[in-house]
Design a protein around this ligand. Structure first.
Ligand code: NDP
Length: 400
């Protein structure tokens, strides 16, 4: 059906490359490009071994629009799957507009020098994409991504009005390291050390980092302490589902992880400004990334599973209803299939399915859209086929 270009050769890029290669009827030609070409070559070799499919590779600095445009004009993809870092979202969108290419990502734009993320920068491209007749699909990983699509699916099929949404994200995996992050450490640490924020009665309520927490019970896992943090899909979900009276995001953290995080912050290693060291300027959190375990290498001994879902309360036929939809994903199974751990897997599979939705014409409309603005049904069907099956529970105790 079409030519796809994947940008970013980390854990998520590894999974996307494997998953697109498994679907040659949809993705007829594949290229993987990133800053370090050797990483693309290693992934392509692995994909070839597992699936027999050839992936072309290229070097590109995605911070530089002319370099991207040159690559786009050479390969002529119909769609770019951006799984580099959130810093590159706008340059890649600019290049897409210049070269006439459609766009999909899994994380919203963040400036490098400000620990701050919001959709306004990318939403500002809506008219330009519309005018160019190009589709941009934002936030098509698991969270954001599947959690947003679960919400759209619940609103469409199970409720007349959704009122209370709690997204619950548990990683009960064990990688055997004292401290490691499951995706890019710089992005991950910036996300979990910021202040908490949730939506209630038409406004944002801010909390201190990790101030609100409680034990929640996760299917097949058990009880885990869960913390309210701010997560980017809340911004678009409260806009697209205005009946929501409250929307929160909960993530589990172990005590050991939180202690490490506190120390990292207290000693200044989470700083994102430049400091001078031995005559060179370095950014502490970037240095920290260099010494922490590479998230892409965690897979081999990773056991346990992730459990991510939406707990929703609202009205159906005039009565109150509760609903819980979730997926559990095994780190070991993910590694066996793609050579990457569960967090990369739960992000990369939805990115591939979103791309599939685009090529099949299900999710193709000029403009810039968050995933919950598209029809959730064909996407939900594909989750069950491509490795992330979901479970629904009706009228259960949501604990929240
Ligand atoms: P990694 O750090 O493992 O990989 C990022 C890749 O992007 C690396 O290959 C890196 O290259 C490449 N890259 C970085 N800067 C540039 C640049 N300027 N030009 C070209 N390539 C560049 O990250 P992950 O794979 O873990 O995560 C990828 C994305 O997925 C992130 O945006 C993350 O926020 C998002 N994500 C989304 C989730 C969701 O559920 N929605 C969950 C988890 C992650 P190099 O190897 O040279 O450093």
């Amino acid at each position: 059906m079409g030519k796809v270009l994947i940008i970013g050769a980390g854990g998520v890029g590894t999974v996307v490359a494997h998953k697109v290669a498994q679907n040659p009827d949809v993705f007829t030609e594949i290229m993987l490009a990133s800053r370090t070409k050797s990483k693309c070559d290693a992934i392509a070799a692995d994909v070839k071994k597992r699936t027999g499919v050839t992936i072309q590779t290229a070097q590109v600095d995605a911070d530089v629009v002319p370099e991207l445009v040159k690559l786009f004009n050479r390969f002529k993809p119909e769609l770019v799957i951006n799984v580099a870092l959130p810093y590159q979202d706008l340059t890649i969108m600019d290049a897409c507009l210049e070269a006439g290419v459609n766009y999909l990502d899994t994380a919203n734009y963040e400036p490098k020098d400000e620990a701050h993320f919001e959709y306004s920068w990318q939403w500002a491209y809506k008219e330009k994409f519309k005018k160019a007749g190009l589709t941009a699909i934002l936030g098509c990983g698991f969270d954001p991504g599947v959690t947003s699509i679960y919400t759209a699916y619940a609103a469409k099929h199970h409720f007349d009005e959704i009122q209370y949404l709690d997204i619950v994200d548990c990683n009960a995996g064990d990688h055997g390291k004292a401290f490691a992050t499951n995706f890019n450490p710089e992005i991950n640490i910036r996300e979990v050390t910021q202040k908490g924020k949730y939506w209630e009665n038409g406004q944002w309520v801010e909390t201190e980092p990790h101030e609100i927490h409680k034990p929640l019970n996760y299917p097949e896992i058990g009880t885990k302490e869960s913390y309210v943090i701010y997560h980017e899909e809340l911004e678009s979900l409260v806009k697209n589902f205005p009946t929501l009276k409250r929307a929160r995001f909960w993530m589990t953290f172990g005590q050991e992880y939180l202690t490490h995080l506190r120390v990292i912050q207290n000693i200044g290693m989470a700083r994102i400004d430049e400091v001078e060291f031995n005559g060179v300027k370095i950014v502490p959190i970037q240095f920290l990334k260099a010494v922490l375990p590479d998230p892409g290498e965690l897979g081999e001994n990773y056991t346990g599973q992730t459990s991510i879902g939406c707990r929703i309360r609202g009205l159906k036929d005039g009565k109150e209803k509760t609903y819980y939809i979730y997926n559990n994903c095994s780190h070991e199974e993910a590694f066996k299939e793609t050579g990457a751990q569960g967090v990369s897997y739960t992000t990369g599979v939805p990115a591939m399915i979103g791309a599939m939705m685009f090529f099949k014409g299900e999710w193709r409309k000029p403009g810039v859209y968050n995933v919950e603005e598209f029809n959730p049904d064909p996407f939900m069907e594909k989750l069950n086929i491509h490795g992330l099956p979901w479970v629904e529970l009706h009228d259960v105790d949501l604990e929240l």
